[in-house]
Design a binder for this molecule. Structure first.
Ligand SMILES: Nc1ncnc2c1ncn2[C@@H]1O[C@H](COP(=O)(O)OP(=O)(O)OP(=O)(O)O)[C@@H](O)[C@H]1O
Ligand SMILES: [Mg+2]
Length: 359
């Protein structure tokens, strides 16, 4: 590691890095496509780059079907990749099942949306946590070691005293408590990375904040690198250090969460923010014209639009957007803020930032 210079912000250590991550799911070919070379596939994730750092939450935001869960599953090595690479502490990793997968899962754990589905209804909290500790070699040697490890796990997710919860079945717990048990189970591996796929979206609004605060506390206490997947860009501002926005299988914008949510650069990110529920705006009055707001349907991922995938819905689309794929371009307002959008092409005239900044 290099020593940071005096006033440069300290860059946190990289834990998990994905480069050019791509996943195409083949779809069943009809007779006609069998005769041609054109094999149809769902282009679920294309050329995704991301870095998860120690002690940092990275939010991955996008609407339904944009490929967020597929990214998480690729990072967890639950699917083979079509292309791209994943590095853990700089080491390339590709594992499929067996002991190598277990070793990888010890470092990289997933938390799912529905804790009821991810916990087995016929087993107690004690069973779930003991199993996780044993699989990952963290149960100790004696019964007393195991009891101490169980109590520590429940203490970490603020389910105390442990005895009150250990012999409960999932149906005897509230939704928030169940998700805390699922988080405790993930911590049983003593991981470095948590991939949290919409961890609070099934919970009552009133308890979401408690679970997010718990994850933030764990990030700090255990220096975890957390990927936080969500539809809710407002929660990314609150909870994540960095925010990445995905549209139709591609990353379209990234930067520190405050900048991405307060000064969104990509027209898609603006649409996401404008369509997020805002109590001040629920008046029942008709909004602006659909095309002006860029509303409409996400595209087919079997034949995604050429150029920028958002161009058919984009209120700022230019002719080149339909043909040329925009690279990551610096927005220029804050270091590290980028958008894959031709509005920020430094070589285009007039300067794009002037167009992008008028809101
Ligand atoms: N196993 C699969 N086989 C074929 N297509 C798939 C598979 N898994 C996902 N897809 C497709 O890939 C695209 C991305 O799906 P994904 O579940 O990653 O989206 P998402 O952003 O997590 O959506 P949501 O917010 O609804 O959870 C979708 O079009 C989906 O239908
Ligand atoms: Mg999903």
């Amino acid at each position: 590691m290099t020593t940071p210079t005096t006033d440069a912000p300290a860059v946190r250590e990289e834990v998990l890095e994905a480069v050019g991550l791509t996943k195409h799911f083949p779809v069943r070919a009809g007779l006609r496509t069998l005769l041609t070379r054109d094999r149809p596939a769902v282009h679920a994730v294309d050329d995704v780059h991301l870095t998860l750092r120690r002690g940092q939450v990275t939010a991955l935001v996008g609407e339904s079907g944009s490929g967020k869960s597929t990214v998480a599953r690729l990072l967890a090595q639950l699917y083979p990749r079509t292309a791209g690479s994943v590095r853990l502490h700089g080491q390339l990793v590709t594992v499929r099942g067996g002991r190598p997968f277990r070793a990888y899962a010890r470092k990289v754990q997933m938390i799912f949306q529905d804790p009821f589905a991810s916990l087995n209804p016929v087993h107690t909290v004690r069973y779930h946590l003991t199993r996780a500790l044993r699989i990952h070699g963290n149960a100790g040697r004696t019964g007393a070691d195991l009891d101490a490890a169980l109590a520590q796990l429940l203490e970490r997710v603020a389910l105390t005293p442990a005895e009150r919860y250990l012999d409960k079945f999932p149906h005897e717990l509230s939704g928030g408590q169940r998700q805390r048990v699922a988080i405790a189970r993930a911590l049983g591996a003593d991981p470095e990375v948590l991939l949290a796929d919409e961890p609070v979206s099934m919970l009552d609004v009133s308890i979401r904040l408690g679970v997010l605060n718990l994850l933030r506390d764990l990030k700090e206490r255990l220096s975890l690198a957390i990927l936080y997947i969500t539809h809710d860009i407002a929660s990314a501002r609150y909870f994540a250090d960095e925010t990445l926005v995905m549209y139709a299988g591609r990353m379209v914008e990234g930067g520190d969460s405050e900048t991405v949510t307060q000064q969104p650069a990509h027209p898609y990110t603006r649409l996401l923010i404008d369509s997020a529920p805002d109590p001040d705006r629920i008046t029942g009055e008709a909004g602006p014209d659909e095309r002006e707001r860029g509303d409409g349907e996400p595209p087919s991922l079997i034949r995604p639009p050429a150029g920028c995938r958002f161009h058919p819905r984009c209120p700022a689309a230019m002719p080149r957007c339909a043909t040329d794929l925009p690279p990551r371009l610096d927005v220029g307002d804050r270091p590290g803020h980028w958008a894959a959008c031709w509005l920020y092409d430094p070589e285009a005239a007039p300067p794009a930032t002037a167009v992008g900044a008028d809101r």
